[in-house]
Design a protein around this ligand. Structure first.
Ligand code: HEC
Length: 113
């Protein structure tokens, strides 16, 4: 797992890009941009299926917590996408907030913030 650190940093850059694209899509009322952003987040989040998260936690009990948060983000992103597809944009912005919370929750555990 020598390159897992590089992989996670690249993946997180995609996470950040996806979230920024969503926000821009809201601000410019561009539905296609919002959907592009959430798809970026969804595919980036799949890293936690492919990569062994123990690489980031040194095998501590945080491993289970991280895998739960990864699941929450996957579920929220799916809910988000449905809200956008249904043109429920006010609801979508609330779910966007929950997604930001998922990002921060995981970082809090990992960084002991
Ligand atoms: C399940 C855990 C988890 C989730 C969820 C998560 N991250 Fe991360 N993130 C990490 C890990 C692990 C690192 C690398 C260790 C560190 O930076 O503390 C990281 C680092 C980062 C970094 C810093 C990268 C760098 O260059 O140092 C950014 C930016 C980031 N994540 C963005 C996001 C965004 C945006 C989301 C939500 C859409 C998100 N992350 C969700 C685990 C997660």
């Amino acid at each position: 797992m020598a390159d897992s650190k590089t992989t996670i940093i690249e993946t997180m850059a995609s996470m950040e890009k996806g979230m920024a694209t969503i926000q821009k899509g809201f601000l410019y009322n561009q539905k296609a941009m919002i959907l592009e952003g959430v798809d970026t987040v969804i595919s980036a989040n799949e890293i936690f299926v492919k990569v062994d998260v123990k690489a980031f936690t040194n095998g501590s009990k945080a491993t289970q917590v991280i895998s739960n948060i990864h699941g929450n983000l996957a579920a929220d992103a799916k809910k988000f996408k449905k809200a956008v597809n249904d043109n429920k944009f006010a609801n979508a912005t609330k779910i966007y907030g929950e997604m930001v919370n998922d990002c921060v929750s995981c970082h809090t555990v990992i960084r002991k913030w």
